[in-house]
Design a protein around this ligand. Structure first.
Ligand code: FES
Length: 101
């Protein structure tokens, strides 16, 4: 086992948006920007907003509740250095998206 779990398919995510998936009890935001897909913890560290319902602008996902931006590459919040979310490795095979937990 390489630790990757099938999450969803590329065709299920709209460009610049995301989907929320639950894998092994973890709620994960799967986000699409360009040809790349990113996976972050879904819960915003501010007040728990769903990052998977946010908009992706370049390398940032914007929390839909109060607008905190998080870097999809490392989970760091650009306006609050103490706030960050965990990131997960993503693998794409054909149309399938796998996430390493
Ligand atoms: S809950 Fe995300 S910015 Fe407030």
């Amino acid at each position: 086992m390489d630790g990757f779990v099938k999450a969803l398919q590329m065709s299920e995510i709209i460009q610049g948006r995301g989907k929320i998936v639950i894998l092994n009890g973890h709620e994960i935001a799967v986000l699409k920007s360009g040809e790349k897909v990113y996976a972050l913890d879904n819960s915003c560290p501010h007040k728990g907003g769903p990052l998977g319902e946010g908009v992706v602008m370049g390398n940032m996902v914007i929390c839909p509740w109060h607008g905190w931006p998080f870097d999809v590459n490392n989970g760091h919040c650009s306006i609050n250095p103490r706030a960050s979310v965990s990131c997960y490795e993503v693998k794409i095979e054909g149309d399938d998206i796998f996430i390493k937990l």
